[in-house]
Design a binder for this molecule. Structure first.
Ligand SMILES: Nc1nc2c(c(=O)[nH]1)N[C@H]1C(S)=C(S)[C@@H](COP(=O)(O)OP(=O)(O)OC[C@H]3O[C@@H](n4cnc5c(=O)[nH]c(N)nc54)[C@H](O)[C@@H]3O)O[C@H]1N2
Ligand SMILES: Nc1nc2c(c(=O)[nH]1)N[C@H]1C(S)=C(S)[C@@H](COP(=O)(O)OP(=O)(O)OC[C@H]3O[C@@H](n4cnc5c(=O)[nH]c(N)nc54)[C@H](O)[C@@H]3O)O[C@H]1N2
Ligand code: SF4
Ligand SMILES: [Mo]
Length: 899
């Protein structure tokens, strides 16, 4: 299948990764940032720049649907899905069918899925991975504003004179937006970072509040009290546009009577707390941007409202440079919320209990089978699957076997379920392994539709690659199932534009201004208009001259979609406490993202470039905890929690608070033996939003004392560890290298390498070096003049040579392999190991940067002039900066970024 586009004119589309929603100009050969797109104005981060390397190649996807592992035609697959649904509904009622969707589906896919389930199958059980992501922010918005609306826009993050980043590692998770925040730095502008860890984002902070995890509500309650007591509230905004100040203040004062109580509870100094409060009180143009450190908590909704309370009380909502701002994670988290993808909502920002909403929906969809009331939220939904109440589960665009808390139980639930249907653009994932029916979905570049980013901006994703044979876009799969179920008229869509128009029409249907989400002005777009649609921020209205008007900001003059038109300050207590560490599990486990990987790595795990920054699962541990637990930096360790384990390489860092470790969420069964962050997370949820506390597990740590450590390199197409090895090791993790696939291996017991070599490769190695005393064993298998396998065993990881040179040898044939004996030494003498990769765009490693610093590059500019590092997407600048700071000071040295 050719992946060439027919033309070399680029297609303007949107990046499928984070919620910044950057515009991309895409060709089959490569991508560049779209200068016309308002979100990024031409910039792209590492993941965006590597997009053409993360297109899913033929080998990674099924080219036809599968039923019980057997290739079948689409007609048969659709028929099987429809008869499973029909059977379950007939025997057990509509509530025995559930859909689990994703903020990575396009709005059109999402709309049709929601319509099919809630409108026609009649099951309310439709939830989405946004439950794990944004549902606390959604609930906080609804409580405060009456509707799930983000009042501000990206420009506000630049205009703010005080930017508060709460529970956000934007430098890694929203890199282009972070670059914009950074470029907006100026005299007098201040940034406060609130995070229990120091991160790449802390670099921007004039003040870092390294608070005790989970204590954000206390901090913001204290702020409300302080603002009130110092007469820094906006009395007129409160009087005209808000209710609930008294009660909110009362609750705040109860937990946070003064700054001393706050400092004690949050484990901060009084001086730091007061500095933050003073800056907030003094600075009219303040934006508080928040993300998963706020949402993924047992008190996520309360944390959100504690923040919003302070903004309402100071009238800083939806004004230029002044607003609360929820940073959304997924590319279409917002679109999913607009169509009603969450189990507790109906559609188009209507709730089940919105007066008249159910009749309106039944009429609009022309159905008499509308679901009766809210369905189960993700964690409860999978419990219902486990109990056997759900007979048919259809998972689309998400990987719950990895991302849901306590995933051992989730896997059990999937294994028990009568019929699991999975739609994915990648065939081998931890979740597709449970699929009774596997539906190969079109991926990015192959499908058309719209997405909405964090600032309510709707952008087009456009197809620029041919649709591979055997693959269908999600909206089409769902529509065909709808028609097979007999709803021929309701799912008679020919193209995404048909769906978009219906969605836009619904948003304005009998709206009368009651719902802010209204894009009815786009309901009349022709196919050509839709094709050419420019990014637009909702609500979208028709101006007097008939042209379309968008809305960058909301609520600066009130007008909240609540019964009385006023926003609500919400009393928030600080009582909620999730799992707490104790004697058995003394550590708090924090989990989150790394710079170059996306979630469960199904796509970013295809690009060698994106592995170079962090090539193995790891555990960040405070140096004192390393000592206490008898760990070795660079050695392996095992975290054990109440429901699972995580094995990773120990990184020593005082960025962590004592007693708290951080693990990445990305590795899973396709990439490592035991590195699922979610195994350490309990299914404890926020009682209001149902969002799990993914930032707060508990565990004990101990060294995984390995008898040996090894690296194995195999040809690139080999992505699975040979079975005999799989069974005999205590640790493995896989890394995609430019020319080969590499594994890290370790074991507690001596292995018989000769025997294993025979079992895996059917013969003795062609080159061999063995030293029983030191435990060193190195073996090379050659096939004619091509490398087939390289195995290097050492007694400790520290003695292991780098693999850059060996990897290059996998690309060579014939005479180049003359230096065969140097294969055993893993390198020719003149190659310097690169060290950890810092700049992914130009592949610049730590060692080169350190050498350049030694040789006189004492500023970021000098380094980027010499090595180019940091001169493209800028994602690595915080790390370049840190290396400069860590190098021994030299005369005249400048480390300031602006210097
Ligand atoms: N590279 C990359 N970027 C991504 C993604 C990705 O997979 N990879 N995923 C996208 C998605 S879906 C999302 S949701 C976003 C998430 O974006 P972020 O929320 O910025 O990222 P996280 O790393 O999950 O967590 C943010 C920070 O919360 C901190 N934190 C933990 N507990 C607390 C607490 O109690 N209080 C406070 N104040 N902070 C706390 C953590 O230490 C962490 O640094 O990223 C998006 N962008
Ligand atoms: N411990 C812990 N757990 C967490 C988090 C955390 O911070 N800590 N974060 C949570 C958050 S915020 C999120 S958003 C989730 C993310 O968790 P998931 O949603 O489970 O992770 P992804 O890897 O993004 O899964 C997306 C899947 O959809 C597939 N896909 C991509 N495009 C398409 C498409 O167009 N159609 C279809 N049908 N499939 C497609 C991909 O191949 C992949 O298998 O994880 C959550 N879990
Ligand atoms: S910041 Fe990076 S990952 Fe996010 S949308 Fe932009 S290019 Fe994509
Ligand atoms: Mo997310």
């Amino acid at each position: 299948m050719s992946r060439q586009s027919n033309t070399s004119i680029p297609t303007a589309t949107t990046c499928p990764y984070c919620g910044v929603g950057c515009g991309v100009l895409a060709r089959a050969e490569g991508v560049e940032g779209d200068r016309q797109h308002p979100a990024n104005q031409g910039r792209l981060c590492v993941k965006g720049s590597a997009l053409h390397e993360t297109l899913v190649p033929a080998g990674e996807r099924g080219f036809s649907p599968k039923v019980d592992g057997r290739d079948v035609s689409w007609a048969e697959a659709i028929d099987r899905v429809a008869s499973a649904i029909n059977g379950a509904v007939r025997e057990h009622g509509p509530g025995s069918v559930a859909l689990y969707l994703s903020g990575q589906l396009l709005t059109e896919d999402y709309y049709v899925a929601n319509k099919l389930a809630k409108g026609f199958i009649g099951t309310p059980h439709v939830d989405t991975n946004s439950r794990l992501c944004m549902s606390s922010a959604v609930a906080a918005h609804k409580r405060a504003f009456g509707e799930d609306c983000v009042p501000g826009c990206y420009e506000d993050l630049e205009l703010a004179d005080l930017l508060v980043l709460a529970g956000s590692n934007a430098a890694w998770a929203h890199p282009v937006l972070y670059q914009r925040m950074k470029a907006a730095q100026r005299d007098g502008r201040k940034v406060v970072v609130i995070d229990p860890r120091e991160t790449a984002t802390s670099e921007l902070g004039d003040l870092h509040l390294k608070l005790r995890p989970g204590t954000d509500t206390l901090l913001f309650n204290g702020l409300l009290v302080w603002l009130h007591d110092r007469k820094a509230l906006d009395a007129s905004y409160l009087k005209q546009h808000c209710t609930g100040l008294e009660n909110a203040l009362k609750a705040a004062r109860q937990s946070a009577p003064d700054t001393r109580a706050v400092a004690r509870g949050c484990d901060l100094t009084v001086a730091d707390v007061e500095t933050f409060y003073r800056w907030f009180a003094e600075t009219g143009r303040t934006v508080t941007a928040f993300s998963q450190g706020i949402n993924q908590s047992i008190a996520g909704t309360d944390k959100g409202n504690a923040i919003i309370n302070c903004h309402l009380a100071t009238g800083r909502v939806g004004k230029p440079g002044a607003s609360p701002f929820s940073l959304t994670g997924q590319p279409n988290a917002m679109g999913g919320r607009e169509v009603g993808g969450l189990a507790n909502t109906l559609a188009a920002h209507m709730e089940y209990d919105t007066p008249g909403a159910r009749q309106l929906m039944a009429e609009f969809w022309q159905t008499d089978q509308l679901a009766g009331g809210p369905g189960l939220k993700a964690v409860d939904l999978f419990e219902a699957v486990h109990r056997g109440d759900i007979k048919v589960l259809w998972v689309m665009g998400t990987n719950p076997a990895v991302s849901l808390p306590d995933n051992a139980r989730v896997r059990e639930a999937l294994a028990r379920c009568d019929t699991v249907i999975v739609s994915d653009c990648v065939s081998a994932t931890d979740t597709t392994a449970f699929a009774d029916i596997l539906l190969p979905a079109a991926g990015w570049g192959e499908k058309d539709g719209t997405v909405t980013n964090s600032e309510r901006r709707i952008s087009r994703q456009r197809r620029f690659l041919p649709l591979p044979a055997g693959v269908k876009p999600d909206w089409q799969i769902i529509s065909e199932v709808g028609q097979a179920l007999g709803y021929v008229q309701a799912f008679d869509y020919r193209k995404p534009a048909d769906i978009f128009r219906e969605h836009a029409t619904l948003s304005g249907y009998r709206n009368d201004g009651a719902r802010v989400f209204n894009i009815a002005a786009l309901a009349q777009l022709s196919d050509v208009d839709y094709e050419q649609m420019n990014p637009v921020q909702w609500p979208v209205t028709s101006g007097e001259t008939g042209h379309v008007q968008q809305t960058p900001r909301l609520f600066s003059e009130g007008g909240f979609p609540t019964p009385g038109g006023r926003a609500r300050l919400v009393p928030v207590s600080t009582q909620a406490a999730g799992q707490q560490p104790g004697q058995r599990y003394p550590l708090v486990v924090n989990s989150g993202r790394i710079r170059d990987q996306w979630h469960t790595m199904t796509r970013t795990g295809l690009a060698s470039k994106l592995f170079a920054h962090r090539d193995e699962p790891f555990i960040d541990v405070h140096p004192a905890d390393i000592t206490d637990a008898g760990l070795v930096e660079g050695g392996l360790a095992m975290l054990t929690g109440p429901s699972g384990q995580f094995v990773g390489r120990v990184r020593s860092t005082s960025n962590q608070r004592r007693g708290e470790v951080f693990v990445p969420i990305h590795w899973n069964g396709q990439f490592a033996s035991s590195a699922l962050a979610s195994e350490l997370i309990a299914p404890t949820v926020d009682p209001i939003s149902g969002q799990p506390e993914s930032k707060h597990g508990i565990a004990a740590i101990k060294p995984l004392t390995a008898e040996w450590q090894a690296r194995l390199l195999l040809p690139k197409h080999q992505t699975v560890l040979p079975t005999p090895m799989n069974a005999s090791f205590d640790y493995w993790s896989r890394q995609v290298l430019p020319n080969s696939t590499g594994w890290w291996l370790a074991g507690r017991h001596r292995a018989d390498w000769t025997e294993l070599g025979w079992q895996c490769f059917g013969r003795e190695p062609d080159l061999l070096m063995e030293d029983g005393a030191s435990g060193r064993y190195r073996a090379v298998w050659l096939n004619e003049d091509q490398l087939e396998a390289v195995l290097m065993v050492e007694s400790e990881a520290g003695a292991m040579p780098g693999v850059e040179w060996l990897d290059q040898c996998f690309a060579e044939t014939g005479q180049e392999l003359e230096h065969r004996w140097s294969l055993l030494a893993a390198g020719s003498a003149d190659i310097e190991p690169a060290g950890a990769l810092v700049c992914s765009c130009f592949q610049v490693g730590e060692n080169a940067i350190l050498r350049a610093i030694e040789e006189g590059c004492h500023s970021v500019e000098a380094l980027s002039n010499t090595l180019k590092c940091g001169s493209n997407c800028g994602s690595c600048l915080p790390e370049v900066q840190a290396l400069l700071a860590s190098a021994p000071a030299q005369e005249g040295q400048q480390t300031g970024l602006s210097a």
